[in-house]
Design a protein around this ligand. Sequence first.
Ligand code: HAM
Length: 418
Amino acid sequence: MTKYQAPKGVSEYFPPRSNLFEFVREQLIAPAKLAGYSLIELPVFEDTELFERGVGESTDVVSKEMYTFEDRGGRSITLRPEGTAGVMRSVIENNLDRGQLPVKLFYVGPFFRAEKPQAGRYRQFYQVGIEAIGYNDPEIDAEVIWVADAAFKSLGLSKYELQITSLGDAESRAAHRVELLKFLGKLPLDEESKKKAQLNPLRLFDDKRPEIINAMKDAPLLVNYLNKVSQDDFEKVKSILSDLNISYSVNPKMVRGLDYYTGTTFEFVHPMLGAQSGIGGGGRYDGLMNQLGGQDLSGIGFGIGIDRVLMACEAENSLQDLQPNLDLFIVPIGEGTKTHAFKLLSDLRRAGLKADLSYGDRGLKGGMKAADKSDAKYALVIGDDEVKTGLGQLKLMSTGESISSTLTPSAIAKIIGN
Ligand code: HAM
């Protein structure tokens, strides 16, 4: 055992898998940029109260999973367990909601939840998230879902499923709450469940104990209590998704792990990931901004778990065609060639090629072995002859084919680019 180990339950990425992680992260961001979302870079810690108020005290996230500590100034600080509350705090604090609406933001980075670690569930994990704040409009709901769906498709994923439901507006939820509490009142619930039911009765749909799952079978469903406005909105969202060829199923028992959701709510699940199958989820939040001291504006967004999406890509074997890490690996042979090779290397890098060199004095055999291991697309040996003539052979590593080239950055770039 090594002397120091990573803390329990964190995800770490190092080469070669970190290349895949980076690729997945960028692909998840790309459709958000296409849809006009701009980066928001936020602190990884905030005042504890922000999450207590924003995420909700009935949630596992707030009640048992936060990394909370007192800083040196005696303030209660929490490592962010999710992104939406922080985004909302920043939007309010920096008046981003006083300009053009909707405010469209994306973020990416580490999040922290003190969960029981298992495959796909980490204490430090990574999310790409987006938030569109300002309007309650079914087109925006569909756009947010489209962004996630487009990202998954661009990664070659095909086996994930989209589940959606509507948690309705305040009036619909109030009507349902009355009936649900009546129903729950007749069940022999333990003290903890009763407390949960008071804070947020919908949480009982998420209880994993078989007796509760069984008892909840006939519980009244919120989708059946939607008023006309909520019902129409939900129908519109579904119809736009169909127009966009995004398939979905309605899951009226879906309960998200955070309390702020209203209206359209969704989850992407991947059936090949076992128990931790949620690769992304989100929804609309009508009251959150107001609750945190801002205007009464609605918003919608999602968080996608990069760790889990990478696992899904691996399960589906969808990243096979990923470009090699390097375009070219140069092997200098003999005294005096290295300086020449290094100059060419830096010119190639300046021209935008990913290139590296066999360092140390490894000779031809050792140098070619290094080229092989580097996973480069091409290798180029530079010896005295090549320096003298300015000509060389680019070896395509996948087939062994050699292509003659003038040893100038533009000529090499032309061959490699083809
Ligand atoms: P969430 O469902 O709690 O939503 O998390 C979003 C995604 O993060 C999950 O679907 C999952 O892929 C990943 N994730 C969550 N916890 C872990 C973990 N312990 N280990 C690995 N991956 C994890 C939110 O966080 C909301 N802020 C999403 C949102 C944005 N809703 C509206 N706007």
